[in-house]
Design a protein around this ligand. Sequence first.
Ligand SMILES: *[C@@H]1O[C@H](CO)[C@@H](O)[C@H](O)[C@H]1NC(C)=O
Ligand SMILES: *[C@@H]1O[C@H](CO)[C@@H](O)[C@H](O)[C@H]1NC(C)=O
Ligand SMILES: *[C@@H]1O[C@H](CO)[C@@H](O)[C@H](O)[C@H]1NC(C)=O
Ligand SMILES: *[C@@H]1O[C@H](CO)[C@@H](O)[C@H](O)[C@H]1NC(C)=O
Ligand SMILES: *[C@@H]1O[C@H](CO)[C@@H](O)[C@H](O)[C@H]1NC(C)=O
Ligand SMILES: *[C@@H]1O[C@H](CO)[C@@H](O)[C@H](O)[C@H]1NC(C)=O
Ligand SMILES: *[C@@H]1O[C@H](CO)[C@@H](O)[C@H](O)[C@H]1NC(C)=O
Ligand SMILES: *[C@@H]1O[C@H](CO)[C@@H](O)[C@H](O)[C@H]1NC(C)=O
Ligand SMILES: *[C@@H]1O[C@H](CO)[C@@H](O)[C@H](O)[C@H]1NC(C)=O
Length: 585
Amino acid sequence: MALFIFLVISAALPFCFVAADEDFIINTSKCKLPNFPAFSEETNRTHVPQNYTACTNVELLTYTKVVNNTAYLHIKRDIELLYRSPDEELSCYYSYVTRNGSEEEPDIGVSISPALKFNTSMRLTGDIVKVECYNSYALVYENVHNPITISKTVDEKLKRFPRVNEDALPISVLLIVVDSVSRLNFARTMPKTRNFLLDNGFVEFPGYNKIDDNTFPNFNALLTGLNLKQSNSICVPTKVGKLDECPMIWYDFRRLGYVTAYGEDWAPVATYNYLKKGFKNPPADYYFKPYIEATETLNITEKEGLPYCAGPETEGERILHLARDFSLTFKNQPSFGIFWMNTFSHNNVSTPIVMDEKMSDFFKRIRDDGILNSSIVMFLSDHGMRFGDIRRTIQGWYEERLPILHVSLPERFKTRFPGKYDNLKKNSKKFTSTYDVYMTLQDVLSMSVKGYNVTPSMACPTCSSLFSDITEERSCEEAGVPEKWCTCVGRFNKDETIINGRRANAAAGLALSEITRNAQEYEFVYVSRILSASISSGSDSHGYYLVVFETSTWSVYQALFKIRREPFGFLKLIQILWIGYSYEQ
Ligand SMILES: *[C@@H]1O[C@H](CO)[C@@H](O)[C@H](O)[C@H]1NC(C)=O
Ligand SMILES: *[C@@H]1O[C@H](CO)[C@@H](O)[C@H](O)[C@H]1NC(C)=O
Ligand SMILES: *[C@@H]1O[C@H](CO)[C@@H](O)[C@H](O)[C@H]1NC(C)=O
Ligand SMILES: *[C@@H]1O[C@H](CO)[C@@H](O)[C@H](O)[C@H]1NC(C)=O
Ligand SMILES: *[C@@H]1O[C@H](CO)[C@@H](O)[C@H](O)[C@H]1NC(C)=O
Ligand SMILES: *[C@@H]1O[C@H](CO)[C@@H](O)[C@H](O)[C@H]1NC(C)=O
Ligand SMILES: *[C@@H]1O[C@H](CO)[C@@H](O)[C@H](O)[C@H]1NC(C)=O
Ligand SMILES: *[C@@H]1O[C@H](CO)[C@@H](O)[C@H](O)[C@H]1NC(C)=O
Ligand SMILES: *[C@@H]1O[C@H](CO)[C@@H](O)[C@H](O)[C@H]1NC(C)=O
C-alpha cells in the first residue's frame, strides 16, 4: 500500500500543549525516547500469566549421544514399560532424513529413508534420524534427533583458521533470537531470564530500535546492512538461488574459517522461506531447516496457532538444544551461530512466559559450560508485537519498534579490549539500530581474522559497531531508522483541544480511506470509535499525530501522521506515514 500521499486538511485546527511526563530513556537534542513501565494497569490488561506445558508427561524413550565424534541412537529400554504393557514387545525403527527440495523449491522438502528395525543402540551414519516405536497395537512414540558431529570439511577448515596473531583466540558469536518480543514484553513475560542475564553481565540496550516492519527486512539488515529495497534488488529473495548470493555476513564468517550454524523453528514461515525461495544450498555449515521440517511432520500441538509441540518436544526447546549442542561442540573453535525461535512468541504477547524457565535454564547451562567465556552472546528480537490488543495502546506503538537486545562479552574479551567493553556499556545508553549490530558483527571479524576490512552498511553509512564510540547526539536518520519507525519523537500527549473530536475523526477518516482504497470488501466500513488521539512532543515546527481507532468491523488501527505546527496554535496533518493493523498483515 502506498502511504506516501500528501494530504491537505482544509480546516487546520488549533491544539494546545500538555506538560509531558519527563521520564526518558534517551534525552538528547536529537532523540527523546520516553520510558514506559513494564507493568501498569494498561499492560496488565493484555498480559495473561500462564505456565509451561510439556508436550508429553512421559519420559522420552530415545536420545542420541556423540562419542569421539560418532553419533549413537539409544532406546531407553529400562523405561519401555511406560510405552507398552508387560506382555507386549516394543519394536523401534529408524530412518534417515535428508534435505531434498525440488528445482523450484530447493529449500523445502525432506526425504525419509525406509524404516529399519533396531534394538537398543546403533551407530548413526546420517545427521538426522527419525525414530518410531510400536507396541502390539499402535505407534506409541515418534521423534526426530539431530546430533552434531564434526564433518571432515569443517574439521579441515577449522585447522586452517587464520588467526590475527599467534596468541589471539578467535571470538565466537552466538545469537539467540526470540521473534516479536519488545524489551518491555521481555521484562513482563520472561523475568527469570532477564534477571539472569542482568546478573551475569549481559548489557541491555533499551534504546535499540528496529529499522523496518517485520522479520525479513530486520533480519536481513542485521546480516547485510541493507534495507528492504536493497535486499529485494540485491538478494531477490523470490528468485531461486539468489539468496545464496546475498552478501550476508554469515558467508564471510564461513569463508574466513568460522564454523557456522542457522536454526529456526516453524519451517514453513522461516525468515527466508515465507513468500520467498529460501536457499539452494545450505547457507551455513550446520543448517537445521531439514531437521525442523522433519520434526514438523510429527504430531503437532498448537498454541496460539503455532506449532508449539512437534512430537514429544517443544520446538522452542529443540532450537535451544541445538544452540547448546553446537556451541559445546565448537567451544574451542571459532563459531558463528544464529538460533531463532518463533513458536512461542510470534502470535501472542503473553506466551513467551511459558518458556521463561526453559530459557533461563538454557542460559545457566551455557554459562556453566563456559560458552559465555568463549563467545559473544547476543539475546535479541527482530521487533515487538505487531498485532493484537497491543494496537490499542500508545505504549504498544513504541514497543513494536523497540525489540530486545542484550549483549554478553567473554571475560578475556573485556581484559583484552577494555576500551571496546567500555564503549559497549556507554552505547547501551544511546540510540542504536539493527544496522549497528551488523557493523558489530563485522567488527568481530576484523578482530579475529587477518585482513578483514569492515565496510559501511549500505543503508546506513553512519551506523557503527557497538564496540566503537557511537556519538551521543544521534537522530533516527543517523541510526538508519526511517521516520515511521522512529521512537525518538518524545511522548505522545493527548490531543486536548475542545474540538479534538473533529481533528481525530478527520485523521481516522483519512487513514480509513487509505486502508480501504482498492478493497471492495471494506465498502461499508466506517470509523466507529476513536480510542486515542495524541500529538508528539518534539520540535517546534514539526511533530507527529497518532490516532488509534476502531471500525464498525471491530478492527483496530493506529495511524501515524506527520504534522506541521502553524501560528496561533494550529496544526496541519501533512502526510500519513504509517498505518498499523490489529490483525496480522
Ligand atoms: C531532557 O533534556 C532537556 C534539555 O537538555 C532538559 O531540559 C530536561 O530537563 C531533560 N529531562 C530529563 C528528564 O532529564
Ligand atoms: C500488574 O500486574 C503485576 C504482576 O502481574 C502486579 O504486580 C501489578 O501490581 C499490576 N499493576 C497494576 C497497576 O495493576
Ligand atoms: C501455574 O502453576 C502454579 C504452580 O503450580 C499454580 O499455582 C498457578 O495457578 C498456575 N498458573 C496458571 C495460570 O495456570
Ligand atoms: C576416535 O576416532 C578416531 C577416528 O575415527 C580414532 O582414530 C580414535 O582411535 C578414536 N579414539 C577413541 C578414544 O576411540
Ligand atoms: C528426492 O526426491 C525425489 C523426488 O521426490 C525422489 O525421486 C528422490 O528419490 C529423493 N531423494 C532421496 C535421496 O530420497
Ligand atoms: C534387545 O536389547 C535388550 C536390552 O539391551 C536385550 O535384552 C535383548 O536381548 C535384545 N534383543 C535382541 C533381539 O537383540
Ligand atoms: C499421532 O496422531 C495420530 C492421529 O491422531 C495417532 O494415530 C498417532 O498414534 C499419534 N502418534 C503418537 C506418537 O502419539
Ligand atoms: C568463566 O570465566 C570466569 C572468569 O574468568 C571464571 O571465573 C569462570 O569459572 C569461567 N567459567 C567456566 C564455566 O569456565
Ligand atoms: C493471548 O493469549 C491469552 C491467553 O491465552 C488470551 O486471553 C488472549 O486473548 C490472546 N491474545 C490474542 C491477541 O490472541
